[in-house]
Design a protein around this ligand. Structure first.
Ligand code: IPM
Ligand code: MG
Length: 355
């Protein structure tokens, strides 16, 4: 399968070497090859439960472990060498627990590992579903490679009384459009067929204008999808007062970062919040991780809720083409009994084996 005409247009500004053949996993045959980064704190514990559940669902993976994160950085200064990035390009997916350790200066691992993965592997969609029956069933599609995260800005006259710091927001037509198009495709595939753009067009008049135009132009290609627009501050109120109104939401990187923590908080807590960092064009592996962090205070105590990691593993199977196994895992997680990390993983695995 090659990149279709529409996708090719979308990738107008992507370097030519990325316009390669997209080979689906099914076409490759054999088990999926997955890079596993347990990371720091509770990361390795919850990843182990995710892998246990995938196995119980009868899906065979070929896994390769990578020792990366805050602890590795403190040990020998390694963050994410290009040689590892190159190895990852041949994998089908990456499964990550959490990274971040006390003693690592803020931003080192975030920018050097997580954001480098997003940028270098072109993981331009961050998909975060929120489900709390009977009311909440929404998915936030967060643009994942641009906006304020792009790192544009700098200091003038640093460390003087007249210091200036700027932090720009980068919004390319290509980057916004491909994310918006992904959100429309997703909305079209869901029963409610509804998509809300969240931005701040009344103040961010340049970036907001580009987002609004891209959204409206792509909307014309999806007559079946009903659309709405909310300013991000109003969306924060609705997330709390009436989250049931949302189906799919598309928004920029920073708004999406903030809104998805709120989404977790109103739908059962961050211990259930799963996420996928996707390269829908298939030019590299996508990365799947729970939204929660490394929680070093409870590391190694068998206390962390593994459900967010297990649901992220289910998203990984969906993306690898095995939505049937993904659905079974999601059903097995519904009303998972309380318990320790391993007890919850065992209970979900047992339900799958009893299927
Ligand atoms: C997230 C996290 C990251 C982000 C941090 C750790 C860089 O908050 O995935 O939501 O801001 O994107
Ligand atoms: Mg966040």
């Amino acid at each position: 399968m090659t990149v279709g005409a529409r996708e090719a247009d979308t990738f107008l500004f992507v370097p030519l070497d990325r316009e390669q053949e997209v080979i689906t996993v099914a076409e490759q045959g054999g088990p999926h090859r997955v890079g596993v980064i347990g990371g720091d704190g509770i990361g390795p514990d919850v990843v182990a439960e995710g892998l246990k559940v995938i196995d119980a669902a009868g899906v065979k993976l070929e896994t390769v472990d990578y020792d990366l994160g805050g602890a590795r950085y403190l040990r020998d200064g390694t963050i994410l060498p290009d040689s590892i990035l190159d190895e990852w390009r041949d994998l089908d997916a990456l499964f990550l627990g959490a990274v971040g350790a006390p003693g690592v200066p803020p931003g080192v691992i975030e920018r050097g590992l997580l954001l480098k993965m997003r940028f270098e592997l072109d993981l331009y969609v961050n998909q975060r579903p929120f489900l709390l029956e009977p009311d909440v069933d929404m998915v936030v599609i967060r643009e994942n490679t641009e906006g304020t995260y792009a790192g544009e800005g700098g200091f003038l006259r640093k460390d003087t009384p007249h210091e200036v710091a700027t932090q720009g927001s980068v919004n390319t037509r290509m980057g916004v459009e491909r994310c918006v198009r992904y959100a429309f495709d997703l909305a079209k595939s869901r029963p409610r067929q509804h998509l809300t753009l969240v931005h701040k067009t009344n103040v961010l008049t340049f970036a907001g204008d580009l987002w609004e135009r891209a959204f409206n132009e792509v909307a014309a290609e999806y007559p079946d999808v009903a659309t709405a627009y909310n300013h991000v501050d109003a969306a924060c109120i609705y997330f709390v007062s009436d989250p049931g109104q949302y189906d799919v939401i598309v928004t920029d990187n920073l708004f999406g970062d903030i809104l998805t923590d709120l989404g977790g908080a109103v739908s059962g807590g961050i211990g259930l919040a799963s996420s996928a960092n996707l390269n829908p064009a298939g030019t590299g592996p996508s990365m799947f991780e729970p939204v929660h962090g490394s929680a070093p205070d409870i590391a190694g105590q068998n206390k962390a809720n593994p459900v967010a990691a297990i649901l992220s593993a289910a998203m990984m199977l969906d993306f690898l083409g095995d939505t049937e196994a993904g659905d079974r895992i999601r059903r097995a997680c519904a009303d998972a009994p309380a318990g320790s990390t391993t007890e919850i993983g065992d209970a979900v695995a047992a339900r799958l084996q009893g299927d």
